[in-house]
Design a protein around this ligand. Structure first.
Ligand code: ARG
Length: 465
């Protein structure tokens, strides 16, 4: 038998391999809830506009609600012969209510149907990711308040640069995740237009009410061009780009956790809950979750590249290539969700070794810039000259294998006679961070204020679901 949904002009069944390459229900079953929501809105509009009788519309709606129950309970059988989720549901509806089921597809095509379903799915997913990112920011900001004054080395080129506070470092990620959230929010606002009613590509001759379906599905308005409605997938690409950027932020933080938990750094410890052992080396505690967050970013970035490539050569309007929009996006956004959750878990779990971080903050002449700034401020030396003098002092300390604060006043004066003992005030790491009071700087009082500002801002939002 040919396909019962579209087989009117076909005498033969498709080849098995044809069916295999064509069927999408193996993955687009994930759109079931959205497909039913879209159909309920559509049939209600068809009844309102008199395109379908109230009686048929009620039978269709009841049938769809029952199917939703079957899918939720696991009783529904998905069948690859019926190609995709849309035809699986419609065929089940026909089995339940008979010929009236065929009226549901009036003034609609699978092309606008899949576009509306997928937009709804992406929108729901963005809302979920936003709540998760909020929770991650909360975990970071709480740790940042606690560690507003905890010293650690700041790095450039992964070489000790200047002392910072651990809280300041954590708040850097709160800022990044805030921009990630605002990117997702922008994408959500742009995607929130309803393509239902664009039909196959040209719109429809039936007097439908697109405003009504858009409103019923929580969209801001109907899309304005029927070709664009079924032909573009930027509503997936843009969130994937946002996801890729967010995954890169997570990956960089994960990389830091990997570094910090090494014996060589020893800045933080993850408890047993977030560490794994080695089957051969009994001493090991591996930060697998952090490594996986770092590794999984590859899949997220790959999904964006994959869909860009699918789309780049397609003429308007719909082509079946576009069925390839789903698996990568499902995987990437679910992977991101898992990564955010794992990161929030690690942030709450990690215990910094404050002694070790403080000692490292003082290593590597991290206060050399403070010394140079002192020469500028107190001796009115031009910065370039101060940089040079400091360089000579660092060389002297380095020859003697001691820190800058361990040089005697005589030794300091052998390079620059005008130096006084007041210079020792800026050579300690505590004084160094305390002095960084410029807006956005690492001074503990700045960090505490910023962390508290974040906590009160986050408290005003709705909590994670
Ligand atoms: N399963 C299809 C997809 O995901 C639905 C749209 C099919 N439309 C068509 N004209 N063949 O893209």
């Amino acid at each position: 038998m040919s396909n019962k949904m579209w087989g009117g002009r076909f005498a033969e069944k498709p080849a098995a391999i044809m069916q295999e390459i064509n069927a999408s229900v193996g993955f687009d079953y994930k759109l079931a809830a959205q497909d039913i929501a879209g159909s309920l809105a559509h049939v209600e509009m068809l009844a309102q506009t008199g395109l379908v009788s109230r009686e048929d519309a009620e039978a269709i709606s009841r049938g769809l609600a029952e199917i939703r129950g079957e899918i939720e309970s696991g009783a529904f059988t998905f069948s690859p012969e019926l190609e995709d989720i849309h035809m699986n549901i419609e065929s089940r509806l026909a089995a339940k209510i008979g010929a009236a089921a065929g009226r549901l597809h009036t003034a609609r095509s699978r092309n606008d149907q899949v576009a509306v379903d997928f937009r709804l799915w992406v929108r729901d997913t963005i809302d979920h990711l936003d709540a998760q990112l909020r929770d991650l920011q909360q975990a970071l900001a709480e740790k940042a308040v606690e560690h507003a004054g905890s010293l650690m080395p700041g790095f450039t080129h992964l070489q000790t640069a200047q002392p910072v506070t651990f809280g300041h470092h954590l708040l850097a990620y709160v800022e990044m995740f805030s921009r990630d959230r605002s990117r997702f929010c922008d994408a959500r606002a742009r995607l929130n237009e309803c393509p239902l009613g664009a039909a196959a590509l040209a719109g429809t001759s039936f007097p439908i009410d697109r405003e009504a379906t858009a409103k019923a599905l929580g969209f801001d308005r109907p899309t304005a061009n029927s070709l664009d409605s079924v032909a573009d997938r930027d509503f997936v690409l843009e969130p994937l780009a946002d996801a890729a950027i967010c995954a890169v932020h997570l990956s960089r933080f994960a990389e830091e956790i990997v570094l910090w938990t090494t014996a060589q750094f020893g800045f933080v410890r993850l408890t047993d809950q977030f560490s794994t052992g080695s089957s051969i080396m009994p001493q090991k505690r591996n930060p697998d979750a952090a490594e996986l967050v770092r590794g999984k970013s590859g899949r997220v970035i790959g999904a964006l590249a994959g869909l860009l490539i699918v789309m780049k050569g397609l003429p308007l309007a719909y082509s079946k290539d576009m069925q390839e929009d789903k698996e990568g996006a499902f995987d990437a956004l679910q992977t991101l969700s898992l990564s955010i959750a794992a990161m929030a878990g690690m942030v709450r779990d990690l215990e910094p070794d404050l002694k070790k971080m403080k000692a490292a903050a003082g290593d590597g002449y991290a206060t050399a810039t403070d010394l140079a700034d002192w020469l500028v401020r107190e001796l009115k030396m031009p910065f370039r000259e101060a940089h040079h003098v400091t360089g000579r002092l660092v060389a002297l300390a380095s020859d003697r294998k001691i820190g800058l604060q361990k040089l005697s006043l005589n030794e300091l004066q052998s390079v620059e006679p005008r130096i006084t003992k007041e210079i020792y005030d800026v050579l300690g790491v505590e004084n160094s961070v305390k002095s960084r009071t410029s807006y956005g700087g690492t001074a503990p009082k700045n960090v505490r204020a910023q962390a508290k500002r974040w906590l009160s801002r986050l408290a005003k939002e709705k909590p994670a679901t």
